[in-house]
Design a protein around this ligand. Structure first.
Ligand code: PMV
Length: 388
């Protein structure tokens, strides 16, 4: 006898970045952050969880590989969900004593600065909450897996409140606006590199919190103001304001990496060319049409509205030629040619072939969803379903 729950969960890309912890163990951030949750039909994590009296030990499979269950963050998430279930009396103690099996996969590269851990932990925690019938907010539990995961627990535009309580109980995510609030909002993820990042977010954050004076200034003076401003820009659907704050905050995040001692960098020459291109494009258009933001890697996430996508895709393919015939994945979209005169006025030379590996075209979407069509990743005896 076993019950299987399967959930898909989205990635989120921050527009006000989380960088630096107030508490390392509990993953409590130094500042609030804001993100958009992206459509699960394009990028998602999928997780099946099951508990049974027949399971001998807790087991986990990630992207087709058996992994050790000794990971502290994973254990913290499981422990906290069981604790909630016990407080809420949602399941009995016998059920709580059974071992769990977990099988999870992402449909996009892991650990490439593409928010894979955010989707993964939001998915795991939501699936466990379904299994143990926990009904309260689980963002603070997802946070224990990976900080930014707490924002993937909700769809639309989301704010993670740093909170003030020492136990992290008020370090939770809330929704600023739902996924249908700004229906024109789109995202283009320009994948520059999909190998694992050099400095993990955990190591980078600690080094920056320990050594960067600029981070102190950012946390005290910049982020509080920006968080309010961008929340208002989202509520008012003011793209130009949204774009300006998003770009400034991405730049400041990378500046605090550089201000750390020793410094570390995530952006490459290609990332910088993308930054130049966006600023030139916005300047010639007389207003911000595109916003870039970069996480802990060289890949860009461009936010823009649907009407501008055909022109921008044409431009990207022109400046960053590709040998792939599958260069743009995700949502479908046509291209709208730009005049030679316009392209010339940008004065950005055509780049080396395949500088951008591929582009993912997506939009703002919903939070985690339970899959009820029976397409579980675990069989009823708790082993991974074989995929061909
Ligand atoms: O949650 P982590 O440890 O993967 O850190 C995420 C950090 C950034 O992606 C760079 C910023 C953010 O707010 O998502």
């Amino acid at each position: 006898m076993s019950d299987i729950k399967t959930v898909i969960a989205p990635v989120n890309i921050a527009v006000i970045k989380y960088w630096g912890k107030r508490d390392e163990e509990l993953i409590i951030p130094l500042n609030d952050s804001v993100s958009a949750t992206l459509d699960t039909s394009v990028m998602c994590a999928k997780t099946s969880v099951s508990a049974s009296p027949n399971f001998v030990e807790d087991e986990i499979w990630l992207n087709g590989k058996k992994e050790s269950f000794s990971n502290q963050r994973l254990q913290n998430c499981l422990k906290e969900i069981k604790q909630r279930a016990s407080v809420e009396k949602s399941v009995d103690n016998v059920f709580l004593s059974w071992k769990v099996h977990i099988c999870s996969e992402n449909n996009f590269p892991t650990a490439a600065g593409l928010a894979s851990s955010a989707a993964g932990y939001a998915c795991l925690v939501t699936a466990l909450a379904k299994l143990y019938k926990v009904s309260s907010d689980v963002s603070s539990i997802a946070r224990l897996g990976s900080g930014s995961a707490c924002r993937s627990v909700y769809g639309g535009f989301v704010r993670w409140h740093a909170g003030v309580n020492p136990d992290g109980s008020d370090s939770v995510a809330t929704q600023i606006a739902g996924s249908s609030h700004w229906p024109e909002m789109r995202a283009l993820i320009l994948v520059v590199g999909d190998s694992k990042k050099k400095i993990s977010s955990t190591i980078g954050m600690k080094r920056t919190a320990d050594t960067s004076e600029l981070l102190e200034y950012r946390v005290q003076h910049c982020v509080p103001k920006r968080t309010e401003q961008i929340s208002n820009a989202i509520k008012e659907r003011n793209f130009a304001k949204f774009a300006e704050i998003t770009m400034k905050d991405s730049n400041q995040f990378h500046a605090v990496c550089m201000d750390s001692y020793p410094p570390y960098v995530y952006l490459t020459n290609v990332s910088h060319t993308i930054i130049d291109l966006v600023h030139k494009y916005n300047e010639i258009n007389g207003e911000a049409k595109i916003a870039y933001t970069f996480d802990a890697g060289p890949n860009a996430c461009l936010y823009l509205v649907e009407n501008d996508v055909p022109k921008v895709l044409y431009l990207i393919q022109h400046i960053f030629p590709s040998s792939s015939n599958n260069f743009v994945t995700g949502l479908s979209c046509n291209r709208e040619p730009l005049s030679n005169e316009f392209i010339k006025s940008l004065s950005i030379p055509v780049q080396e072939k395949d500088s951008i590996k591929y582009v993912i075209y997506t939009k703002v979407g919903e939070g985690p969803t339970e899959i009820k069509d029976g397409s579980h990743l675990l069989t009823t005896d708790g082993t991974p379903v074989k995929t061909v």
